[in-house]
Ligand binder design. Structure first.
Ligand code: DOR
Ligand code: ZN
Ligand code: ZN
Length: 433
């Protein structure tokens, strides 16, 4: 059989470091099969799955069970996150042993209502994780700030989609980013700021990078391309944590990507059913929407429009995620795709995103009807086509592998080595043990 790639560009497959595939526990929303099929259609060859499944991934046994599910169903490669919570530092070794790509720390409440750790618990947890080299990804929103706001808004009877934005203003995220960066600076933990939604978060992120903190950040297409005007059109569908913000944030976020303050594009693919997204009470709408299969077309549209170069896109979609999580298929390799994880893309193909066409079980998103330029035509994972001519390839269910096996993270070192830090180190949990 011959294969003709005439007029296609061959890119490294995208690495989406932030998806929720809901398996196990919420498989009516998504599972590892439908989620990774969606990834394949989006030119995404590796995903990192979040731990807010049932039971929460916070111990070795739960993680092993999730690995069994993922390895039997996945069309593309994956990494699994584990939760770092209030009283979970004793679980860190067994979680690493069972094979994680990194830790997820929820500083603020969102879907799944995972208890958020105090600053003291975060300090201990960061100290525990730092010597392992694993990166801690943060949902950086602070509960105590936003819950007071939401209480006042609901008490005053607000039940419109924009009230969701009002309940979680940017300061909620800015405070959390700055606090997480300080804890990382003092412990030597490497951290990653998930779903950067405002221009204001770039200040503490940039400052921390300048101080030498090993801190990285991602933003998502909805924070770059949507704004307050989309709330009336989308109603509860647009509800996501952190919220889509005022459109004055769009340009600073694009600038942050272009100047390297923001390292990568992820999607926070967060599927829910139409019923769960369209409830009359705005406060009971489940937050988030699918994104893993629309990221590449949305971002390539901006390449076609001349906002940036295809090489910029590849840096944000594949090169930086691979570097930041140490995914080197071979020792000494510097580029992802060396193991033939590839997206074959028609950069000139104009088409319209339709929710009904999504592979995700969640066929409801803010992107329905949006015109895009750029189509992933085929997707290859480790040398094997999993999506060809916009169809799933037979017998690729279970082809996906966990990439924790190829992860190489260098040892991390605390920046502070003065007497104050020596006292902190002396009282680390493992020193006391
Ligand atoms: O809107 C969101 N949905 N934000 C999150 O952080 C979690 C996600 C989910 O799991 O639904
Ligand atoms: Zn989050
Ligand atoms: Zn998320």
């Amino acid at each position: 059989e011959t294969f003709d790639a005439t007029s296609l560009h061959i890119l490294p497959g995208a690495i989406d470091v932030h998806v929720h595939f809901r398996d196990p526990g919420y498989t009516h929303k998504e599972d590892f099969e439908s989620g990774t099929a969606a990834a394949a259609f989006g030119g995404v060859t590796t995903v990192f799955d979040m731990p807010n499944t049932i039971p929460t991934v916070a111990d070795g046994e739960t993680l092993k069970a999730k690995h069994a599910i993922a390895s039997s169903k996945a069309h593309v490669d994956y990494g699994l996150y584990a939760v770092l919570g209030e009283d979970t530092i004793d679980k860190v070794p067994e979680l690493i042993e069972a094979g994680i790509i990194g830790f997820k720390c929820y500083m603020g409440n969102t879907f799944g209502r995972i208890p958020t750790p105090s600053t003291g618990a975060m300090l201990e947890a960061f100290e525990m994780v730092a010597p392992t080299g694993k990166r801690i990804s943060l949902h950086a929103e602070t509960n105590s700030v936003m819950e007071r706001r939401q209480k006042r808004l609901t008490e005053s009877g607000r039940n419109d989609p924009l009230a969701h934005l009002a309940s979680r203003p940017a300061v909620v995220a800015v405070e959390a980013v700055a606090r997480a960066a300080i804890l990382a600076e003092w412990t030597g933990a490497r951290i990653h700021i998930l779903h950067i939604s405002s221009g204001a978060e770039l200040g503490p992120l940039r400052d921390a990078k300048a101080r030498g903190v090993d801190i990285t950040g991602e933003t998502c297409p909805h924070y770059l391309m949507l704004g307050e005007d989309d709330y009336a059109r989308c109603r509860g569908i647009i509800r996501v944590n952190p919220p889509v913000r005022e459109s004055v944030n769009n340009e600073p976020l694009w600038a942050g990507l272009l100047d390297g303050t923001i390292d990568m594009i992820a999607t926070d693919h967060a599927p829910h059913t139409p019923e769960e997204k369209t409830r009359a009470d705005i406060w009971s709408v489940d937050c988030g929407f699918p994104g893993v299969e629309t990221q590449m077309p949305l971002m390539l549209t901006q390449v076609a429009a001349g906002r940036y170069d295809i090489r910029d896109y590849v840096r944000w979609s594949a090169v930086n995620p691979a570097k930041v999580w140490g995914l080197y298929p071979k020792k000494g390799a510097i580029l992802p795709g060396a193991d033939a994880d590839l997206a074959f893309v028609d950069l000139n193909h104009a088409w319209t995103l339709r929710d009904a066409d999504l592979q995700s079980r969640s066929k409801i998103s803010p992107w329905d009807g949006r015109g895009v330029v750029g189509l992933p035509r085929h997707t290859m994972v480790r040398g094997r086509f999993v999506m060809k001519d916009r169809a799933l390839v037979a017998d690729t269910k279970g082809h996906g592998r966990s990439v924790h096996a190829i992860q190489q993270m260098p040892e991390a070192k605390p920046l502070h080595t003065d007497e104050t830090m020596a006292a902190v180190i002396a009282h680390r949990p493992e020193a006391a043990a």
